[in-house]
Ligand binder design. Structure first.
Ligand SMILES: *Cc1c(COP(=O)(O)O)cnc(C)c1O
Length: 381
C-alpha cells in the first residue's frame, strides 16, 4: 500500500539524512561513543568536543553565546525547567496565555495549584497575543511572562520583540517557547529581548528526545535545577549528555541556518498552491492570522463537515485535528476555542503542515483529495 502523504510537519519532522549520518558516527565502538563527562581519557574528550561543537551550532541559529545553551530532553522539559526553575528561584506572579503548548499550560496550572498566582491572557481573534494585554497584566510582583513565538496549531506569530522590549524595561523575565519558530524565521535572542528560550530538535529535522533551553547569562536570570544529580549543564540539568542526540540537534540547526530563507520561499509557494487548489470549495474558514504566520502551517475549518469524518475520508493524507497532544480526547482544541471559534467550527478544523520533503505533486494531490471528500461528505449529509 502506498504511504499517505505526510502533512503533519508541525507534529514532528523526519530526521534529515545528513543528521542521521552524523548521529550514527556517535554511537558504536568505531565512533565517538564516550561519556562527555569522562575527563580521564580521549574517548571522553572527543565526545565532549562533539557536544561543544553542537552547542555552538545551536547557539549560532539564535545568536546566543554557546555557554547560554542547556541541553534538555526536548521543548517540554525546557518549558518546565524555565518556568518552574524561575518561580522556584524567585517566586511570585507569572503571566502566560490560554493558547500556549500543553507543556506551558499544564506547568503553569500545576504551579497555580501550589499557590503561585497566574494571569491567563486571551489571544486576539487572529491567535496573536497583543502587547497591550501583556502590559495590562503586569503587576508589582510579576516575575515571569511565558509566551510562544509561533503557535503550533495555527502557525500565527506573536510580536515577541516588542513584548520583550517592554518586559526588559520593566525588569520582568521573559520565557519564549520557540519550538515552532526555529528554522522558520530569523531568531536573535538579543534583539528579541528574551531571557529564556525553549527549543526542540524534532521540529527542525533533528531527532526526538533532545532539546535545549537558552538561559541568558546575567545575574538577574536564576534558574533552579529540576533534575538533580551530577551537576551537568552548569548545575541546571543533571544527567549524562546524549552525545548522538546532541550532535543530531547541532547538525539539524546548522542545516536550518543555511537553508531556511530558500525553504520558506518554497513553502510559501506550496501554501499558495494548496489554497488555490481549494479555491472551488465554499464554506472554508481560515483559522489564525492570514498575514503574520509561518508558511508551513495552515489551519482550516470546513462548514458542515466534522473533522473526524473528513480525516476518515482523507486516509491517504496524514493530517492532524487539533494538536497532536490533545487529539486523544474528543474535546475540541483549546487553542481554537481560545481564539473564539464556536465549538462547531472547532470540531470541523484540520491542521495541514508542510516541510522540507513536501513536493508540489503531493500538495496538488492533497488539495484535490480535500475538494473531493468535502464535496462528497456534504452531498450525503
Ligand atoms: C512540539 C512542541 C513542544 C514540545 O516539544 P518536545 O520536544 O516534543 O517536548 C513544545 N512547544 C511547542 C510550541 C511545540 O510545537
Amino acid at each position: 500500500m502506498k504511504k499517505p502523504v505526510y502533512l503533519d510537519y508541525a507534529a514532528t519532522t523526519p530526521v534529515d539524512p545528513l543528521v542521521a549520518e552524523e548521529m550514527a558516527r556517535h554511537l558504536t565502538i568505531d565512533g565517538v561513543f564516550g561519556n562527555p563527562a569522562s575527563r580521564t581519557h580521549g574517548y571522553g574528550w572527543q565526545a565532549e568536543a562533539a557536544v561543544e561543537n553542537a552547542r555552538r551550532q545551536v547557539a549560532e541559529l539564535i545568536h546566543a553565546d554557546p555557554r547560554e545553551i542547556v541541553w534538555t530532553s526536548g521543548a517540554t522539559e525546557s518549558d518546565n525547567l524555565a518556568i518552574k526553575g524561575v518561580v522556584e528561584a524567585s517566586g511570585s506572579h507569572i503571566v502566560t496565555s490560554t493558547i500556549e503548548h500543553k507543556a506551558v499550560v499544564d506547568t503553569c496550572k500545576w504551579l497555580e495549584q501550589r499557590g503561585v498566582e497566574v494571569t491567563w491572557l486571551a489571544p486576539q481573534a487572529d491567535g496573536r497575543i497583543s502587547l497591550e494585554s501583556v502590559a495590562a497584566a503586569l503587576k508589582e510582583n510579576t516575575r515571569l511572562v511565558s509566551l510562544m513565538m509561533v503557535n503550533n496549531e495555527l502557525g500565527c506569530i506573536t510580536d515577541i520583540q516588542s513584548i520583550g522590549a517592554l518586559l526588559r524595561q520593566r525588569g520582568v523575565l521573559f520565557h519564549v517557547d520557540a519550538a515552532q519558530a526555529a528554522g522558520k524565521m530569523p531568531l536573535d535572542v538579543a534583539s528579541l529581548n528574551v531571557d529564556l528560550l525553549s527549543l526542540s530538535a524534532h521540529k527542525v529535522y533533528g531527532p526526538k528526545g533532545i532539546g535545549a533551553l537558552y538561559v541568558r547569562r546575567s545575574p538577574d536570570v536564576q534558574v533552579q535545577a529540576q533534575m538533580h544529580g551530577g551537576g551537568h549543564e552548569r548545575g541546571m540539568r543533571s544527567g549524562t549528555l546524549a552525545t548522538h542526540q546532541i550532535v543530531g540537534m547541532g547538525k539539524a540547526f546548522e542545516l536550518a541556518g543555511k537553508s531556511f530563507e530558500a525553504e520558506m520561499t518554497r513553502l510559501e509557494q506550496l501554501r499558495t498552491k494548496f489554497l488555490d487548489g481549494l479555491g472551488g470549495l465554499e464554506g472554508v474558514h481560515f483559522n489564525g492570522s492570514p498575514e503574520c504566520r509561518v508558511p508551513g502551517i495552515v489551519n482550516l475549518s470546513f462548514e458542515g463537515v466534522e473533522a473526524e469524518s473528513l480525516m476518515l475520508g482523507l486516509r491517504n493524507l496524514a493530517v492532524s485535528s487539533g494538536s497532536a497532544c490533545a487529539s486523544a480526547t474528543v474535546e475540541p482544541s483549546f487553542v481554537l476555542r481560545g481564539i473564539g471559534l464556536s465549538d462547531e467550527l472547532a470540531h470541523r478544523a484540520l491542521r495541514f503542515s508542510f516541510g522540507r520533503f513536501s513536493t508540489h505533486d503531493e500538495i496538488e494531490f492533497a488539495s484535490a483529495q480535500i475538494v473531493d471528500v468535502v464535496t462528497r461528505l456534504r452531498t450525503v449529509r
